[in-house]
Design a protein around this ligand. Structure first.
Ligand SMILES: Cc1cc2nc3c(=O)[nH]c(=O)nc-3n(C[C@H](O)[C@H](O)[C@H](O)COP(=O)(O)O)c2cc1C
Length: 203
């Protein structure tokens, strides 16, 4: 499988990092784009360098590289996830304003009728945010705010993060057993006992 992963400057850099780690573990080919403000939030919110995040992906591109493979619909992918997705990038995707590689790749994903998962992060939400999300949901995108699943009884921020990551991977249509599902005891864990995590976002 081949998936485009974009990270923007909404809070939650650990979520994008977790998605990249999980996809790497699952043997999925990833094409990564970081916005300028994703680079900033990686530095502000984690102990991981931008270089380490890029190294988690199979391919990484600059956000201004509109000639990259993922800029064209002829380059086949199995979908795209924007994690985390800022309200700015959400609004640009909504109107098809493709001035960087993230919004262009999302535009391509929608026009090619491929899976687009937007892990939108903001609170509270204005009418503008809600309307943009509703419009994109109707246009075929999955709107996936990263919220806490209290029923999973998370004991740490890491467990909250792992659960969101697992559910995001579900939305990409990828089989996995990274999370503890409701009434299902099997668990491997994104950062499970095997210690397969490539990087840890916090020390
Ligand atoms: C630490 C930090 C946290 C932020 N959190 C959010 C957020 O949760 N949601 C959001 O829409 N913007 C957030 N922003 C603002 C975005 O970074 C800003 O709107 C930026 O222009 C987004 O650009 P991008 O989508 O190209 O990354 C945050 C900025 C910083 C510095």
């Amino acid at each position: 499988m081949r998936v485009v992963v974009a990270m923007t400057g909404a809070t939650g850099a650990v979520l994008g990092i977790g998605v990249l780690e999980a996809l790497a573990r699952l043997g999925v080919e990833t094409h990564l784009v970081l916005s300028e403000w994703a680079r900033a939030t990686i530095k502000l919110e984690t102990d991981v360098s931008v270089g380490e995040v890029r190294a988690l992906a199979t391919h990484a591109y600059g956000a201004r590289d509109l000639a990259a493979a993922i800029s064209s619909g002829s380059f086949r992918t199995d979908g795209m996830v924007v994690c985390p997705c800022s309200m700015k990038t959400l609004s640009a995707i909504r109107i098809g304003f493709s001035d960087n590689l993230i919004t262009r790749a999302a535009d391509v994903t929608l026009k090619e009728r491929r899976r687009l998962v937007l892990v939108t992060r903001e609170a509270p939400l204005s009418e503008i945010h809600l309307e943009n999300m509703q419009y994109l949901a109707r246009a075929g995108a999955v709107i996936f705010p990263p919220t806490v699943a209290y029923y999973a009884r998370p004991r740490s921020v890491q467990e909250v993060t792992d659960y969101v990551v697992g559910r995001v991977i579900d939305q990409l249509g990828i089989e996995h057993s990274l999370i503890n599902r409701w009434k299902d005891d099997r668990r491997l864990g994104v950062h499970g006992d095997a210690g397969l995590a490539v990087v840890r976002a916090t020390k």
